[in-house]
Design a protein around this ligand. Structure first.
Ligand code: PLP
Length: 367
């Protein structure tokens, strides 16, 4: 089990005068979907050049007042994180690997020329919000409280340089299933016209701009009848990188796995890393390597590739059944969830929910 470090910043608590009614909250929690409803509170911390981080509060969730010259609105200096708080089998609440999110947040901050937030303040901010919104946990199967820490340049200034003022906020959203259809496997469109990230770019950072650039190819995938877009590398247009919001794993008939290596253009997913560890715990061989679209197609046809799955915090582990590009469509394995995919998913979910031992110390229990 992970332990909580002492934060270096004190949080002021402000009570919410008009939280959602119990009836409205109950209705939301019975069918939360993903990313459409929000809890009552939010965390806010300001950063100013020369003063650093200050005014940490957990208070009512409310709209922001921004100057039209606010730098983020012009130059997209913004980063975010996504993690979940899980109701545990024993009734308590726990975060899954929040220090990994805190570290990745600071990796993103450095890439976007933003100030770093001490890791223990990041984790404390999330803890404070979960404590304030404990009544926002959906009781539905697979439910959790999705937490969205983010930071943006709040200075009103139109010159192109790193801003001198930032806002860090955390909001929470009750979450059920990420994919509306609840389909057993997703279908992927491989984009040949668009790439997500180039060498030297911001692909390894979790910045909003990466997602803005993925919307057209994602819309193309949907328009062609698929669920998600997959991106190839920007240099050779050959190597499979990741989906718009998830990493990929390939499972072979000898029981080994491959996941695209972290080359700087892929987001280093925390679910990806967790599964890497869990698969190795099972004695499986996992390689972080390059894997081409041509190989994906050929291995699916020959039966060498038996399973493929996508992984990320929001949807956890999602089998990939079908893959298509301009050259046609192919099916991976049975086209449905594979055995190893299911086994790894069950192991991960059991740890996240406190239903299985936590050998890597990933679970941070909150009191
Ligand atoms: C582009 C991208 N890749 C991968 C992931 C998976 O990362 P994680 O497992 O940390 O949620 C995400 C989601 O955060 C993402 O946005």
């Amino acid at each position: 089990m992970a332990t909580l470090a002492e934060p270096t910043l004190q949080f002021t608590r402000e009570a919410h005068d008009t939280p959602q009614s119990a009836e409205a909250r109950t209705a939301i929690l019975a069918n939360p979907g993903f990313g459409t409803a929000y809890s009552d509170h939010m965390v806010s911390i300001d950063w100013t050049e020369g003063r650093g981080w200050h005014d940490a509060t957990v208070g009512p969730r409310r709209p922001l007042l921004l100057d039209p010259a606010c730098a983020v609105l012009h130059y997209a200096q913004e980063i975010f994180e996504g993690l979940k708080a899980y109701r545990q089998q024993d009734g308590g609440i726990a975060l899954f690997r929040p220090y990994a999110n805190a570290k990745r947040f600071n990796d993103s901050a450095r890439r976007l020329a933003m100030p770093e937030l001490p890791e223990e303040v990041f984790v404390e901010s999330v803890r404070q919000l979960v404590a304030a919104d404990q009544n926002w946990f959906p009781e539905v199967e697979g439910g959790s409280l999705y937490l969205r820490p983010f930071m943006f340049a709040s200075e009103a200034f139109l010159g192109v340089r790193p801003a001198r003022q930032y806002k860090y906020l955390v909001i929470a959203s009750p979450a059920g299933n990420y994919f509306k259809s609840g389909a057993p496997a997703v279908s992927i469109w491989v984009s040949r016209d668009y790439t997500r990230a180039a060498p030297g770019g911001t692909g390894a950072a979790k910045c909003g701009g990466n997602y803005a650039a993925s919307l057209v190819p994602q819309a193309e995938a949907i328009a062609r009848g698929h669920d998600q877009v997959a991106f190839l590398d920007a240099a050779e247009h050959k190597w499979v990188e990741e989906l718009g919001g998830m990493n990929l794993y390939f499972v072979f008939d000898d029981g080994s796995l491959v996941t695209p290596a972290l080359t700087g253009t892929i987001l280093p997913g925390i679910t990806r890393d967790s599964l890497l560890n869990l698969a190795r715990d099972e004695g499986l061989t996992v390689r972080e390597d390059r894997y081409s679209l041509d190989q994906w197609r050929a291995d699916s046809a020959s039966g060498r590739l038996v399973e493929c799955f996508a992984c990320g915090t929001a949807a956890v582990v999602t089998p990939v059944g079908k893959v298509a590009d301009y050259e046609g469509e192919f099916t991976v394995g049975s086209g449905g969830p594979g055995q190893l995919t299911q086994k790894l998913k069950n192991r991960l979910v059991a740890i996240q929910r406190g239903e299985a031992p936590d050998p890597h110390g990933w679970v941070l229990k909150l009191d």
